[in-house]
Design a protein around this ligand. Structure first.
Ligand SMILES: Cc1ncc(C[n+]2csc(CCOP(=O)(O)OP(=O)(O)O)c2C)c(N)n1
Ligand SMILES: [Mg+2]
Length: 367
């Protein structure tokens, strides 16, 4: 989907019930061991979205949520093979960021990629059919969950090697700079990937040439079964670019408004030639790392608490209701989204498998 035009702040939306936390940026807080620490989370309330923007964000996040739930079901029925990493819980990150970019900008991410594809406007039928390995899938049924691509929609994959997309996303930004086309690369990666060496080689080059790239670290607190503080010597990932001169900040990645506000600033900087920026999105995945993860490393209560208190879709829903949106309008959005997802699931089961003659196509290049 293309960038949505910014609307004037809707007054009714401003009357959100969520009290803005009082802490200022950089003010000491306590960590889980009750030690004082500084963080770089902007704690003043983000600017409100217009009613139209809230509605669109609600719809786009719900589409991702329902799509992922359906993918989980199809996986459980044995209709999806291989790896399948769901994005449930993290929807506000990609939807908020997508509101800040324009047609022609690029998006690249890891294997947790279905949400990014849908947010880029890729066809849910083509994505679901790829998951079930059918011929109308985005990679003709030969790539699966982690390997889809759409030049038309500016989506550059889907990468299964942790951190591999970071040099690639930096390369996209290098091409933008080389061509002088004003485009920006949104390069997403996880908290675990943030410890990869290639990330820092990329940071160095990105700052050296002031490339138009925004690094979005989706800190969902876990890398497979490892909680971030067990694997990372420093856990404020927004500061990981400092030794290269890349500024960054932490963002409430469960609030689409905060994501959009931070994203707009970072994208504008990059487009204006001011170079890379790091946005560490504080988010959470509700499901296991992949469909085969029983998630024994954390308690049900921990997950339940985030769902109840921070769910990104529920937060927008509450704001919409407080702004006077009718239940009928929300129900109509739910219905539309369910219909899209059901249609995609039906298609993904009826579409034929690839012809055996496709076994060697797109695998070897003609020499
Ligand atoms: C180079 C490499 N090392 C290890 C793996 C195995 N692996 C797959 S996902 C993953 C965890 C990555 O976590 P994070 O970057 O936080 O992303 P998330 O899964 O939370 O989205 C690991 C270690 C891999 N795919 N590639
Ligand atoms: Mg992670």
């Amino acid at each position: 989907m293309a960038k949505r035009s910014a609307h004037k702040a809707n007054k009714r939306n401003g009357s959100s019930k969520e009290a803005p936390p009082q802490l200022k940026r950089g003010q000491p807080t306590k960590d889980k061991n009750n030690n004082s620490k500084k963080d770089n989370l902007r704690r003043n309330a983000p600017p409100p979205l217009s009613l139209e923007e809230e509605r669109a964000a609600y719809r786009d996040m719900l589409l991702i949520r329902r799509f992922e739930e359906k993918a989980g079901q199809l996986y459980g029925m044995g209709l999806i093979g291989g790896f399948c990493h769901l994005y449930i819980g993290q929807e506000a990150v990609v939807v908020g960021m997508q509101m800040t970019i324009e047609e022609g900008d690029q998006v690249i991410t890891s294997y947790r990629d279905h949400g990014h594809m849908l947010a880029c406007g890729m066809d849910p039928k083509g994505v679901m059919a790829e998951l079930t390995g059918r011929r109308s899938g985005y990679s003709k049924g030969k790539g699966g969950s982690m390997h889809m691509f759409s030049l038309e929609k500016g989506f550059y994959g889907g990468h299964g090697i942790v951190g591999a997309q970071v040099p690639l996303g930096t390369g996209l930004a290098f091409a933008n700079r080389y061509r002088g086309d004003g485009r920006v690369s949104l390069t997403y990666f996880g908290d675990g990937a943030a410890n990869q060496g290639q990330v820092y080689e990329s940071f160095n080059m990105a700052k050296l040439w002031n490339l138009p790239v925004v690094y979005i670290i989706e800190n969902n607190k876990y890398a497979m079964g490892t909680e971030i503080s067990r694997a990372s010597s420093t856990t404020d990932l927004s500061q990981r670019g400092l030794s290269f001169g890349i500024p960054g900040e932490q963002v409430d990645g469960m609030d689409v408004r905060a994501v959009k506000a931070a994203g707009e600033m970072a994208v504008a900087r990059a487009r204006a030639g001011e170079g890379p920026y790091i946005l560490e999105m504080l988010t959470y995945r509700y499901r296991g790392h992949s469909m085969s993860d029983p998630a024994k490393y954390r308690s049900r209560e921990e997950v339940q608490k985030v769902r109840e208190e921070q769910d990104p879709i529920e937060r927008v829903r509450r704001r919409l209701i407080a702004a006077g949106e009718s239940e009928e309008v929300l129900k109509a959005i739910d219905k539309e989204v369910r219909a899209i997802v059901n249609e995609a699931a039906a298609f993904a089961q009826s579409d034929p498998e690839p012809d055996p003659s496709e076994l060697t196509t797109d695998v070897y290049a003609e020499a």
